[in-house]
Write a protein that binds this ligand. Structure first.
Ligand code: MLT
Length: 200
């Protein structure tokens, strides 16, 4: 997968896996990584799917209607890419924290839904429930921060709350942060995510 890897000063820190939103690329979220942990290594990945020229992490049939077969395939592909990248760049495969926005948050949530050991935790900006009606792996020890908007037309507040509840039922520790805004990624939610990260 097309990506950027920046080695951090402190190898004890989690590697921050950055996953952009629809139409974005691996450069978009780089400033966020510095706000969360400026000593951590950063692996920023570009989604392999193109929708009218816009990179995404998996196909959708319509807005909010996911192509589940492709979601499963792309989640596996990303998980395997993490195995390869950890070997190539010599970072700890068991210490990855995903930071995703929108479509990137959805594939990060999908990693948690499908693989027990894909990531140690995640900061999910405006995520949805990636897949309904499946049993999640036991997510004991995983920490997840969700930032959601009370007026988000794409990821409804109900969907954010449902994601929180599904992750909690799988034993993850979940904190949800609400903004009285829409789908945009705000400076205040990034600050809230940074505070949450410090408390881990
Ligand atoms: C998705 O397709 O993953 C969500 O609808 C969010 C987005 O627009 O990227």
């Amino acid at each position: 997968m097309k990506h950027i890897f920046n080695k951090g000063k402190n190898p004890e820190k989690p590697t921050l896996l950055l996953l952009h939103g629809t139409g974005g690329n691996e450069l978009d979220l780089l400033p966020l990584a510095g706000r969360i942990d400026d000593e951590a290594s950063v692996l920023s990945v570009r989604g392999n799917v193109l929708e009218n020229g816009m990179p995404r992490f998996f196909r959708r049939l319509a807005e909010g209607v996911f192509d589940i077969k492709d979601l499963i395939f792309r989640t596996k592909e990303l998980n395997e890419f993490l195995d390869e990248a950890a070997m190539k760049y010599e970072f700890d495969r068991n210490n990855i924290l995903a930071i995703g926005y929108s479509n990137g948050a959805n594939i990060a949530a999908s990693l948690l839904f499908h693989y027990q050991d894909a990531i140690k935790g995640a900061i999910l900006h405006h995520p949805m429930v990636p897949r309904k009606g499946i049993d999640l792996p036991d997510l004991t020890g995983k920490s997840v921060f969700i930032a959601a908007g009370t007026n988000d037309p794409i990821c409804s507040p109900m969907e954010s709350a449902e994601l929180q509840s599904l992750l909690e039922k799988a034993n993850a520790n979940v904190e949800i942060h609400w903004e009285d805004r829409g789908h945009q990624l705000t400076a205040t939610e990034v600050e809230a995510a940074a505070q949450w990260y410090k408390s881990l």
